[in-house]
Every structure is written in structure tokens, then in C-alpha cells.
Ligand binder design. Structure first.
Ligand code: A3P
Ligand code: MG
Ligand code: MG
Length: 467
């Protein structure tokens, strides 16, 4: 078994590492049985409003609605109206801490009401952080020259971690580079053309009202009042048409029930899009289709990798279905939206699989988001195609391909880094922090003790825990 804080004498890696370093090589040591990973569960959710105010509610949860690709879809539309969140403000993990305060409060209220004994809180975990930094750690074996830095504080047994955003990255994101800023806008604009603020069941009701027919609360995918008009097109005709009909029937018989449902759903959505003005601010929740990155919806998910329980905050782009009461897990309906350049050669396909799919997979795997919808766009920002990826199927798409990545290595690497951090971060003090660093020459992840007065936990959070 591999030991840390050792003299490392692998033929190709003859460096000596201190006990505060976690060497990345040899990666082969992670190619063992995959560490157990628990299905993430949502323990809470929160939103930010247009003033970037924290709200412990689902007001910014959006619903997926497929973009109409028969119309031009240039992602630069409304760029001049773009409202960007103030990226010079470092928000630390304040909102996640606020959410944990709320979750804990309602937990305690419930226990009091039901006169239960105080149990271990769901807000207690080995690690508490945003999903983004876990994605970074998990991709580190394959993204070797992308530096990152984090701050960590151990408090009442939980390690809280925040990302340190470098001044350079902050500036870049804020738009020092025009092309960079535009391309970043494209990602957000794609979200706005895929999202509406009402679920499909609500659209069905609006459509029915518009037709003057009685409102139905049917939530099935196919509306029996309104069968897909596919069948109507097939009526009547000569012998040739009859043969065609027969072929069509045979083809349809080959379809699985799922495929049929999916097709019917697509037909229905297309019909809804024809009959309802989806750009109506009532439906989009956005005036004039303005992109405002202050608005956000985040889930707080709980999971476990190996021996470490983890609570992570993660921004969620949209959902396919309205939330249901527990024990239903809302995470299973969440959708991650992504944009990527259209692929026009085998080389580009390979690069997409090696780099982009790794990040897409890691980002959605961690909070258990099962679906990733990618808008492929050209160099001018026109969406050309939209493709759905199932997070769990991505590893199979890349398996065995040249120069590719391995999910077992990613998960075991993350597990090993978390264990390493547990051993390093030992002073339980809310005023103390440690810095975790991955930087040139990219040989090892490093932990440095920063001493008192460096922590990022909010006073509000500490007060709530000292009550
Ligand atoms: P794409 O990922 O489609 O490029 P996310 O996909 O994580 O939900 O993020 C939404 C969008 O925010 C991204 O869309 C991208 O446009 C933008 N974005 C995310 N991280 C960024 C960063 N570090 N710098 C600039 N833009 C970023
Ligand atoms: Mg997002
Ligand atoms: Mg996204």
C-alpha cells in the first residue's frame, strides 16, 4: 500500500516529498477497487435574487424546455443587456453557511415539535464546501497545468473548504478579455434559451385555458385530448402510402416504450411551443430575455466518498420536473446545461472526450445530477445541435480510448486527497486556516498552516453554532 510522507523512489519520480505534500504520481496506485460512493441526497436548497440576496427557497429553480432549433439561435443575442454578478466580490462560502444555519434550525424545530431527542444533525459532515472545488481536485490527475488554491478550516469536527480565486482569474471572469467575456455570456445565454420558470404541467394548463377547454391537471407526458398529429398525417392514400404506413407501424413496434414516450413528449413540447409565447416574461421570469447572473439556484447535497461524509453546495441549471415531497430526491430530475464548440473532426472529437467530457462528468457526478444537455455552437455562437448525455454513461463513452481518463482513478484520487487533508488539518479552531495548493511544478498537492486570524467562517454561522 502507498504511504504518504515518504521517500519516493519510483524509477521515473525520484523527488522527495515532505509530510505536508501529497504526490500525484504514480497514478497507477489509484487503479484499484473503486472507493464506495453514496448516492447524493438533497438536504436543502437556496436561491439568490437579482440583488444577489440569499433566499432559503426555490424561487430561482428553472424548468427545462428544449430550445427551438428551427429558428436562428445566436447566443450573442441581448449581449448588450447582460447583467453580470459583481465578480470582484469574494463571496467565500457565506451562502452555503447560511443554508446550513436554516437547515439546522428547521431540524431543531421539528425535533422540538415532535418532542424527539436531539440527533446528529444532517449538517454535520467530514467535509463542507462547494462542488466546484471537489471537481477541481477530482480532475487534477488529468489537468496537470491548471493551478488551484483553497483555504480550509476545521471547526467542530468538520473541515470547511473555500476556493481562493486568483486576481488574474477574477479579472478574466470580469471581462478583461472581450472574447472571453462574450464566450462566458454564451454559456449563460444557452441557459436562458433552455429554461422557463414554470413546469410543463403549468404550460399545459395555460394552453388548455387559451383554447377555452376545461383545464386538466394531467401530468402524464401525453395529453389524451390532443394526440400527436403524427397519426393524422398517415390517413388515406394509395397503395404506396399503405406500404409506407405498414413500414412505419413495424418501425414503431420496434421502438421501446421509453423511446415512444420520449417522442411523444418531444411532439407535445413542440406543439406547446407553437401555441404559447415562451418569451413571455411571465414564463421566462426574465424581462426582455436579459441574462442576469445574480440569479441562481443551488442545491445542498449530502454524500459520502470512502470514509468521508461530504456536504456540497452546487449550482443547478434546471430541473425536468417540479419537486416532490420527501423521500423523493429532487437531484434525480436536475439537469446540467453546457455549451461546447461543434465537433468537425476526429481530432476535435478526441479532445472533447479527453478534456470536456471529463469535466462534465466530474461536475455532475459529484452531486448526483443524472443528465447533461450540451448545446454545440459554432465559432460565431450559433447553436447547431443539442445533445443529451447521461452522466453515468459518459465513462463508457470514453473507456478504452487513447489517452483517455478513468473514473476509478478520479474517485480514488479524490478519496485519497480527502484522507490526506484529514491527517493534515488537525487544529480545530474557527479562527485558524490552512492553505491547500496545486501549483507549478505540479508534482504534489501541498498543505500549509496559516495560523490564527485567517479563517473565512462567518460570525453569523459561528454564533448559530454556539447557541
Ligand atoms: P458553459 O459551461 O456552457 O461554458 P455551468 O456550466 O457550470 O453551469 O456554468 C455556466 C456558464 O458560466 C458556463 O457555461 C460559462 O459560460 C460560465 N462560466 C463558468 N465558469 C466560468 C469561469 N471560470 N469563467 C468564465 N465563465 C465561466
Ligand atoms: Mg450552472
Ligand atoms: Mg451549466
Amino acid at each position: 500500500r502507498h504511504q504518504f510522507g515518504f521517500q519516493h523512489n519510483h524509477q521515473r519520480h525520484q523527488e522527495t516529498f515532505s509530510e505536508h505534500q501529497f504526490p500525484i504520481q504514480p497514478l497507477d496506485r489509484f487503479k484499484v477497487k473503486c472507493a464506495p460512493f453514496r448516492q447524493p441526497v438533497e438536504i436543502g436548497s437556496f436561491s439568490y435574487d437579482e440583488k444577489r440576496k440569499f433566499l432559503m427557497d426555490d424561487s430561482q429553480l428553472k424548468y427545462y424546455f428544449p430550445p427551438d432549433l428551427t429558428k436562428p439561435n445566436n447566443l450573442s443575442v441581448n449581449y448588450e443587456k447582460y447583467i453580470s454578478r459583481d465578480l470582484t466580490v469574494d463571496e467565500h462560502v457565506d451562502a452555503l453557511l447560511d443554508a446550513l444555519i436554516c437547515i439546522r434550525d428547521s431540524e431543531q424545530q421539528q425535533q422540538q415539535q415532535q418532542q424527539q431527542q436531539a440527533a446528529v444533525s444532517v449538517t454535520q459532515a467530514d467535509f463542507i464546501c462547494y462542488r466546484g472545488l471537489l471537481t477541481k481536485i477530482m480532475c487534477t490527475p488529468y489537468a496537470r497545468n491548471e493551478p488551484w488554491e483553497m483555504g480550509a478550516t476545521l471547526y467542530k469536527g468538520s473541515i470547511y473548504i473555500e476556493e481562493h480565486v486568483s486576481a488574474e482569474r477574477r479579472e478574466n471572469a470580469a471581462g478583461s478579455n472581450d472574447r472571453h467575456k462574450l464566450m462566458s455570456y454564451w454559456g449563460y445565454r444557452f441557459e436562458t434559451i433552455c429554461n422557463i420558470s414554470k413546469p410543463v404541467s403549468e404550460l399545459r394548463r395555460i394552453r388548455t385555458r387559451k383554447r377555452g377547454a376545461p383545464s386538466t391537471s394531467s401530468s402524464s407526458l401525453t395529453d389524451s385530448n390532443n394526440p400527436p398529429n403524427k397519426a393524422a398525417k398517415l390517413e388515406g392514400g394509395d397503395e404506396q402510402q399503405q406500404q409506407q404506413r405498414q413500414r412505419q407501424r413495424e418501425e414503431e413496434a420496434d421502438e421501446t416504450k421509453e423511446q415512444k414516450e420520449e417522442k411523444d413528449k418531444v411532439d407535445e413540447l413542440a406543439e406547446i411551443a407553437d401555441q404559447i409565447d415562451l418569451e413571455d416574461p411571465e414564463l421566462t421570469g426574465r424581462l426582455d430575455g436579459v441574462v442576469d447572473t445574480n440569479l441562481q439556484y443551488c442545491t445542498v447535497a449530502r454524500t459520502k466518498i470512502g470514509k468521508n461524509s461530504i456536504i456540497m453546495g452546487a449550482e443547478v441549471d434546471c430541473t425536468s420536473e417540479p419537486k416532490k415531497a420527501p423521500p423523493h430526491n429532487p437531484l434525480s430530475n436536475y439537469i446540467e446545461l453546457k455549451t461546447s464548440r461543434v465537433i468537425s473532426s476526429a481530432r476535435e472529437q478526441n479532445s472533447f472526450e479527453r478534456h470536456k467530457l471529463l469535466k462534465f462528468w466530474a461536475q455532475s457526478f459529484l452531486p448526483g445530477i443524472p443528465t447533461i444537455i450540451v448545446g454545440f455552437r459554432d465559432d460565431d455562437g450559433n447553436v447547431v445541435t443539442v445533445e443529451t448525455f447521461k452522466t453515468m454513461e459518459i465513462p463508457r463513452l470514453v473507456r478504452g480510448k487513447e489517452g483517455t481518463w478513468d473514473t476509478t482513478i478520479c474517485i480514488n484520487f479524490l478519496d485519497a486527497v480527502l484522507n490526506f487533508l484529514r491527517k493534515q488539518i488537525t487544529v480545530d479552531d474557527p479562527e485558524v486556516s490552512y492553505t491547500i495548493r496545486w501549483a507549478p511544478p505540479y508534482k504534489a498537492i501541498e498543505v500549509e498552516y496559516m495560523g490564527k486570524g485567517t479563517s473565512f467562517l462567518t460570525e453569523r454561522f459561528l454564533n448559530s453554532r454556539n447557541k
